[in-house]
Design a protein around this ligand. Sequence first.
Ligand code: ZN
Length: 151
Amino acid sequence: MSGDLSELYQQVILDHNKRPRNRGRLPTANRVAHGENPTCGDQCSVYLRIEGDRVAEISFDGAGCAISQASASLMTTLVKGHTADEARSMYDEFKRIVTTGEAPEEISDLAAFAGVHAFPARIKCATLGWHAALNALKGEVAPASTEGAAG
Ligand code: ZN
């Protein structure tokens, strides 16, 4: 990755931290899931309004480290308008990027998190919001935890 590219990606994370997208409780939500990452102290709740088989509205709320909050913010912008299956494949791609550090050829905001792979403890921070969103899509109301999660 060139210096310019990693700076660009750094900007994506800083920007989502400074101006989180879709942050706050969603009053019209019909699905909610909460996730926590005890090793870092991150908390994240994801609110969805499902219409048909698509995510019509999405928001998140929580507190924690920069990686967890920026990742949750980016996740909401990507998942909105998509089906559960599409969200799942985006998560699979994201998970691959943060665990291997291999960014896709094309410029992708997801790739901003490729650097996380060098800090394995932070992978759970990066995937927290996604776990909560996928659980909300499955309709699970039990708290999601990244501790011991297989996927
Ligand atoms: Zn964290």
